[in-house]
Design a protein around this ligand. Structure first.
Ligand code: COA
Length: 329
C-alpha cells in the first residue's frame, strides 16, 4: 500500500559553541551545575551574525538531498517550520527556495513553535496524499539566539540555533510515516511569547525595544514542566492507540528536546527505560522547531535507528501546540 516515505534526512548546527561556563563568563548569574541539573543542557550552538535561518536550512537540506539521492530540482514543495524566519515577509522558505534555485517549488512557512516540525510533516503529508506534491522538503530551522534577553537567566540558558530536514514522497517501501497528529490551544497559548514586531506592537519603537517586547518571554504556567510532560505523554498515547501498537513496541522516543528532566518524567510515566530516549539537548539546548528534526537525523545517521524500528516523535510547544509522528524505519 502507498504511504508517506522518508527518502532522506539531514541536519546542520552552526560551529560556534556556547557552554554554560561561557554564559557565566558573560556575566550571567548562573553556574554550569545549576543549568545541567535543572535542564540537562551543557552547551548550545550560536549562529554568526551574518548567518540567517534559511542558511541553516540550506545546509540541512543539502544533506537530506544527498541521502535521498536527489537534487533540489526534484522538489516541488518546501515548508520551513520556524518562529525565527529571516524576515517576517517573505517566508524563510522563500529565501531557501532562492538559494536552492528551484522556482518550480511551492514554498511557505509553518509557525507552531517547538511543535513546528511535526506540524510541517502533517501539512506536507496532505499535499503528498492528494497528489499536489510529489517530493516535499520539510525543514525545522531556527536562530533563537537572536530573540533572547541574555540577561534573563531563566530563559537564555535554554535555547540554541540549528536546522533539521526531511525529504518525503508517496510510495511503497520502508521508512514510512505511519501517522501524524497535531493540536493547538490558542486560548492558553500566550506563555511563550515574542510580542514585538506583530500587529499588537507596531510601529516598532525605541519604547517597545526598551520594554523588551522583541525578546522571547517564557512564562511558566502553561509552558511549565508539568503541562509539557502531560502533553508529551498524551501525544505518545494518541500515536500508539491510533496505530494499534503498544508503548513497549516503540524502539525510540525522539521528543522535542526541551529538558532532560521532562524525558525522565515521561519515561517513568510510560514505564519505559530512559535508554529508549534519544537525547541531543545536552549539546544543542532547545532549538524550537528544529530540535526534533535534528535529533531524528542524528539517530538515523549514527545507526541508532535500525531497519523496522518504530520511532515516536512527540512534541509540545508555545501556542499552545502539541502532537506526534510515528515512523516505521
Ligand atoms: C528554567 C527552569 C529550568 C527553572 O527551573 P526551576 O527548578 O523551575 O527553577 P525556578 O524557576 O523555580 O527557580 C529556582 C531558583 O533558581 C533561580 N534561577 C533561575 N534560573 C537560574 C539560572 N540560570 N542559574 C541559577 N539560578 C537560576 C531562580 O531565580 C530561583 O531563585 P529564587 O528561589 O532565589 O527565586 C524550568 O522552569 C524550565 O525548565 N522551564 C522551561 C520549561 C520548558 O522547557 N517548557 C517547554 C518549552 S517547549
Amino acid at each position: 500500500m502507498d504511504g508517506i516515505r522518508i527518502l532522506g534526512t539531514g541536519s546542520y548546527v552552526p560551529p560556534k559553541v556556547l557552554t554554560n561556563s561561557d554564559l557565566q563568563k558573560m556575566g550571567l548569574d548562573t553556574t554550569d551545575e545549576w543549568i545541567t541539573q535543572r535542564t540537562g543542557v551543557r552547551e548550545r550552538r550560536i549562529a554568526d551574525p551574518d548567518v540567517n535561518t534559511s542558511d541553516l536550512a540550506y545546509h540541512a537540506t543539502l544533506k537530506a538531498l544527498d541521502m535521498a539521492g536527489m537534487t533540489a530540482k526534484d522538489l516541488d514543495l518546501i515548508i520551513i517550520a520556524t518562529i525565527t524566519p529571516d524576515t517576517c515577509c517573505p517566508a524563510a522558505a522563500n529565501w531557501l527556495q532562492a538559494k536552492l534555485d528551484v522556482p518550480q517549488a511551492v514554498t511557505f512557512d509553518v509557525t507552531a513553535a517547538c511543535s513546528g516540525f511535526i506540524f510541517g510533516l502533517n501539512v506536507a503529508t496532505q499535499y503528498l496524499l492528494t497528489g499536489f506534491s510529489k517530493n516535499a522538503l520539510v525543514v525545522g530551522a531556527e536562530i533563537i539566539s537572536r530573540t533572547l534577553n541574555w540577561k534573563d537567566r531563566r530563559t537564555c540558558i535554554l535555547w540554541g540555533d540549528g536546522a533539521g530536514a526531511v525529504i518525503l514522497t508517496k510510495g511503497k517501501g520502508g521508512h514510512r510515516i505511519l501517522s501524524t497528529h497535531i493540536h493547538t490551544d490558542g486560548a492558553n497559548g500566550q506563555d511563550l511569547l515574542l510580542p514585538g514586531g506583530g500587529s499588537r506592537t507596531t510601529p516598532i519603537s525605541h519604547e517597545s525595544v526598551d520594554k523588551g517586547l522583541h525578546t522571547l518571554n517564557l512564562i511558566e504556567a502553561n509552558m511549565s514542566f508539568k503541562v509539557a510532560v502531560r502533553h508529551f505523554v498524551g501525544s505518545i498515547k494518541e500515536a500508539v492507540e491510533y496505530n494499534h501498537v503498544a508503548v513497549g513496541d516503540i524502539d525510540w522516543f525522539i521528543p522535542h528536546q526541551a529538558n532532560l528532566r521532562m524525558f525522565q518524567s515521561m519515561a517513568k510515566s510510560l514505564k519505559v527505560p530512559m535508554e529508549k530516549f534519544y537525547v541531543t539537548l545536552h549539546k544543542y539546548g532547545n532549538i524550537s522547531s528544529a530540535s526534533c528534526a535534528i535529533a531524528f537525523d542524528e539517530a538515523v545517521r549514527d545507526g541508532s535507528i535500525k531497519k523496522d524500528h518504530l520511532v515516536c516523535l512527540p512534541v509540545f510547544g508555545g501556542g499552545l501546540t502539541w502532537g506526534s509522528a510515528l515512523v516505521s524505519w
